[in-house]
Write a protein that binds this ligand. Structure first.
Ligand SMILES: Cc1ncc(C[n+]2csc(CCOP(=O)(O)OP(=O)(O)O)c2C)c(N)n1
Ligand code: SF4
Length: 395
C-alpha cells in the first residue's frame, strides 16, 4: 500500500542540545526512587492517566464504524481491522469499502482504555465480542470489569469463542465472528450465509506430504559454509554443545543444520555457554555475530570467558555489518563512515582483554579449511579461551 498525508513543518525544539548542555538541570523529585516514586504513582492515577484518556477521546484516536443501533457490536484492536472487515465481507455484512452493517469500536489505542467511550458504544446492545489476539486476554478482562462496575447487562464475549493462542488468520476470524453472530444476532446474517461452505470438499491434511519450509540463509551466504563445516566436525567429535546468538547466523538453528538452537540473547552466545565450561570431554562452542560482539558480547561474553579462563571455543561470524537488521555498520565494519569509528578489528579487542588464541579465516567458502580450524580449536592444547573469526567475506 502507498499513501500520502499532510504534515506540519519541522519545528525547532524548545530546548536545544546546546542549551541543555550549557544549563544542565536536575530535580530529584523526578528520580524514580522512593519516596518520590510513590508520588509518581499518585500523579499517574490522578493526573496523567485521565489526561491520556482525555487526549484519546478528544482527538478521536479510537474509531467507531457501522450503524449506531444494533443488538451486537465488535470491539477490536486496530491491527485486526482489515481481517475483521474481510470476515464481515464474507459474511455479507460489509462491502469492499469497509462499510459495515455491524457496529465496530476500533481500539487504535489499547492502553489506556477509555471506559466511558466503551460504555457509550455498548449502549443499547445485548452482546459485544472482543477481538484481541494473544493471551492473557488483557483487553477483555478490562472491558468486563468496566461493564461490571457500570452495572451493565451487556454480555461480553471474546476468548470463549475466539482462540486463546495462535494467530487470528482470515479463517479463524471468519469462524469466530460467524459463530458470535449466529449465536447473538442470527437475524443480522443474510439467509444464505447462515450455514456457509457446507458443500466445501474436506481439506486434505498436507502436513505429511508437504515438507515444512523454515527460513534459511540467502543463496550464496558466506555464513552458510561455517555451519556446513561444523556439521563435518561433529561427525568426528559427536554432537557438540553449541550456544548461538541473535543474527542471520541463527538460521543455522533450523534444518538442514540444526546447530545452536540454544540462544539466550544478543551478545550472549558465549556467556550462555559459561555453564558448560570445563564440565566434560568436549569443549562447548558458542557462535556470535560481529554485531553481537560489539553490542555487549565484548563485555558479557568475552571478558567473562577471559576472566574465568574459559576452556570453550567462540566462533565470531564477522561479515562487516549487522546483517539481519539490514546492514548497519559496527565498530569493525570495513566501510568508511564519516560519522562513525569503523575499521577496528575484533582481533585487537580480543587481544586487549587477554584472549590470545585467535584465528581468522578470510574465505569461508573453503569448507575444508573451516572444518580444520574448528577441529584445531576443539583439540589444541593451547590454553583457552579460543576465538575464531571465520568470516571476512561481506554478504
Ligand atoms: C535481544 C535482541 N536484541 C536485538 C534484536 C534485533 N536483532 C536481530 S538480528 C540483529 C543484528 C545481528 O547482527 P550480527 O550479530 O552482526 O549478526 P548477522 O546478522 O550479521 O549474522 C539484531 C540487533 C533481537 N532479535 N534480540
Ligand atoms: S543477509 Fe547476508 S548474512 Fe544474512 S543470510 Fe543473507 S547473505 Fe547471509
Amino acid at each position: 500500500m502507498t499513501g500520502s498525508f499532510p504534515t506540519r513543518d519541522n519545528r525547532r525544539p524548545e530546548l536545544t542540545v546546546r542549551e541543555a548542555l550549557s544549563n544542565p538541570q536536575s530535580d530529584f523529585s523526578r528520580v524514580v526512587l522512593p519516596p518520590m516514586s510513590f508520588a509518581h504513582e499518585q500523579d499517574k492515577i490522578d493526573n496523567r492517566r485521565p489526561a491520556a484518556e482525555a487526549f484519546i477521546r478528544d482527538h478521536k484516536l479510537n474509531e467507531v464504524f457501522g450503524p449506531r443501533e444494533a443488538p451486537v457490536g465488535l470491539v477490536l484492536q486496530g491491527g485486526m481491522y482489515n481481517s475483521v472487515i474481510r470476515a464481515l465481507q464474507r459474511l455479507g455484512l460489509a462491502d469492499i469499502h469497509g462499510d459495515s452493517r455491524v457496529p465496530l469500536y476500533v481500539l487504535n489505542v489499547t492502553y489506556p482504555l477509555v471506559p466511558d467511550e466503551f460504555l457509550s458504544f455498548c449502549e443499547g446492545k445485548d452482546q459485544v465480542l472482543t477481538i484481541e489476539e494473544g493471551q492473557p486476554e488483557f483487553i477483555e478482562q478490562q472491558l468486563a470489569t468496566c461493564l461490571y462496575r457500570a452495572g451493565s447487562a451487556v454480555k461480553l464475549r471474546g476468548k470463549d469463542i475466539l482462540p486463546m493462542a495462535g494467530e487470528y488468520t482470515g479463517q479463524v476470524m471468519l469462524d469466530g465472528i460467524g459463530q458470535f453472530l449466529r449465536e447473538a444476532a442470527p437475524g443480522i446474517l443474510p439467509a444464505q450465509i447462515l450455514a456457509p461452505n457446507e458443500e466445501r470438499p474436506p481439506l486434505p491434511d498436507l502436513s505429511k506430504t508437504v515438507p515444512i519450509r523454515p527460513p534459511g540463509f540467502c543463496t550464496g551466504c558466506p555464513e552458510r559454509p561455517i555451519f556446513a563445516a561444523m556439521k563435518l566436525v561433529q561427525k568426528e567429535t559427536g554432537k557438540l554443545q553449541i550456544s548461538a546468538d541473535i543474527g542471520c547466523h541463527l538460521f543455522a538453528a533450523l534444518p538442514p543444520f540444526e546447530i545452536g538452537g540454544a540462544t539466550m540473547g544478543y551478545g550472549l552466545g558465549p556467556a550462555a555457554n559459561a555453564a558448560f565450561d570445563g564440565g566434560g570431554e568436549r569443549r562447548p562452542v558458542a557462535i556470535i555475530g560481529d554485531g553481537g560482539f560489539w553490542h555487549n558480547g565484548l563485555s558479557s561474553s568475552f571478558t567473562n570467558m577471559a576472566f574465568n579462563k574459559s576452556d570453550g571455543v567462540a566462533v565470531i561470524v564477522d561479515n562487516y555489518y549487522s546483517a539481519a537488521t539490514g546492514g548497519q555498520d559496527v565498530m569493525s565494519s570495513r566501510a568508511d563512515n564519516p560519522t562513525k569509528s569503523t575499521q577496528n578489528p575484533i582481533s585487537r579487542a580480543l587481544k586487549g582483554i587477554g584472549i590470545n588464541w585467535v584465528r581468522q579465516v578470510d574465505r569461508t567458502y573453503d569448507v575444508g579449511k573451516m572444518r580444520d580450524l574448528l577441529r584445531e580449536a576443539l583439540t589444541t592444547d593451547a590454553p583457552g579461551p579460543r576465538a575464531s573469526s571465520p568470516l571476512r567475506n561481506a554478504c
